[in-house]
Ligand binder design. Structure first.
Ligand code: ATP
Ligand code: MG
Length: 236
C-alpha cells in the first residue's frame, strides 16, 4: 500500500495534474487507487464526480484533522494512495509528508527558482536534521514544453543533481489532454484521440511516469510509523 504525495507550496505547480495522470495510469493497469483529496477546493473530487472514472479509483476528501484516519483506511483498501495537497505550507503539509513513502516535488522550469519546491525540500531537510526522519523525495520536472530539447532537459537534471537533489528521469510535458481531462472526467486513456491533440504522447508520458514512480515505492511499506509521527508533530 504505497503512499505518495506531490508537494510544492507554490500554487499551480502541477500537483493535482500529476496526481490525476498517475491515478489514471495506475487504474489503467488494474491497480486500485485511492486519492486523498486534501485540497479544500476539491478539484480531484469534482473530476471524480463526473461520470466515467474507473471503479478502481476512489476519492476521499479530507481535512488536516481527518487525513491520517482516511489514509489508514485507504491502506486497508489496498492499492496505491495518492495525496493531493493544496499549496499552503502549514501543518497539513507536515502531517502529509509524515504519512507517505515518497514525496514528489513538481518543479516547472530549469532552476530551483521554484521557491515552493525549495520550501518543501527545506521542510524535508529539517525533519532529517533535527528529528532524524528521512522521507524519500524526488523532484519531477513538469509542464515541460514539448519543444524543449533533451539536452536542455538534461541540463536541468544535472543542475539539480549537482545540488544533491534526486530528479525523476521522466519529466511531465505540457499537454492539452492533462488539462482537458479535468473537464471531461474519466481516465486519460478513455479520451477521444480525435478530440485531444497528441493524446498518444500524453499517454506514453503518463506510462513512463508511472513505471518510474512505481519503482521508487516500496510495495510493502514497512516502517516504524509511531516514532516518525512523534518527530513530525514536534517539527510542525
Ligand atoms: N503538464 C501539464 N500540461 C498542461 N497543463 C497543465 C499541466 N500541469 C498543470 N497544468 C495546468 O496548470 C494549472 C495548474 O495545475 P495544477 O492544478 O495541477 O497545479 P497545482 O499545483 O495542483 O495547483 P494548486 O496549488 O492550486 O493546487 C491547471 O490549469 C492545469 O490544467
Ligand atoms: Mg492542486
Amino acid at each position: 500500500m504505497p503512499v505518495l504525495t506531490f508537494a510544492n507550496t507554490k500554487g499551480g505547480a502541477g500537483k493535482t495534474t500529476a496526481v490525476l495522470i498517475l491515478a489514471s495510469e495506475l487504474a489503467g493497469r488494474g491497480h486500485r487507487v485511492t486519492i486523498v483529496d486534501a485540497d479544500p477546493r476539491g478539484w480531484i473530487s469534482r473530476w471524480h464526480a463526473i461520470a466515467g472514472a474507473s471503479s478502481l479509483i476512489s476519492v476521499a476528501p479530507v481535512s488536516e484533522e481527518t487525513i491520517e484516519a482516511a489514509t489508514a483506511k485507504a491502506k486497508k483498501r489496498g492499492g496505491y494512495i495518492l495525496i493531493d495537497l493544496p499549496s499552503s505550507h502549514d501543518a497539513l503539509l507536515a502531517k502529509a509528508v509524515g504519512l507517505v513513502d515518497h514525496v514528489l516535488i513538481p518543479v516547472q522550469g530549469c532552476a530551483m527558482d521554484a521557491h515552493g519546491g525549495a520550501e518543501v525540500l527545506e521542510l524535508l531537510r529539517e525533519l532529517d536534521q533535527s528529528c532524524g526522519v528521512r522521507i524519500p523525495h524526488s523532484v519531477v520536472l513538469t509542464r515541460v514544453n514539448a519543444a524543449v530539447t533533451t539536452r536542455a532537459l538534461q541540463a536541468a537534471k544535472d543542475f539539480l543533481a549537482a545540488r544533491g537533489i534526486a530528479t525523476l528521469s521522466t519529466a511531465i510535458a505540457e499537454r492539452a489532454a492533462y488539462r482537458d481531462v479535468f473537464d471531461k472526467g474519466g481516465l486519460l486513456q478513455a479520451m477521444n484521440p480525435l478530440e485531444v491533440s497528441n493524446l498518444a504522447r500524453a499517454l506514453e508520458n503518463g506510462s513512463r511516469l508511472a513505471t518510474e514512480v512505481m519503482a521508487l515505492l516500496p510495495q510493502k511499506a514497512a516502517r516504524a510509523a509511531a516514532p516518525r509521527k512523534a518527530a513530525i508533530a514536534k517539527a510542525a
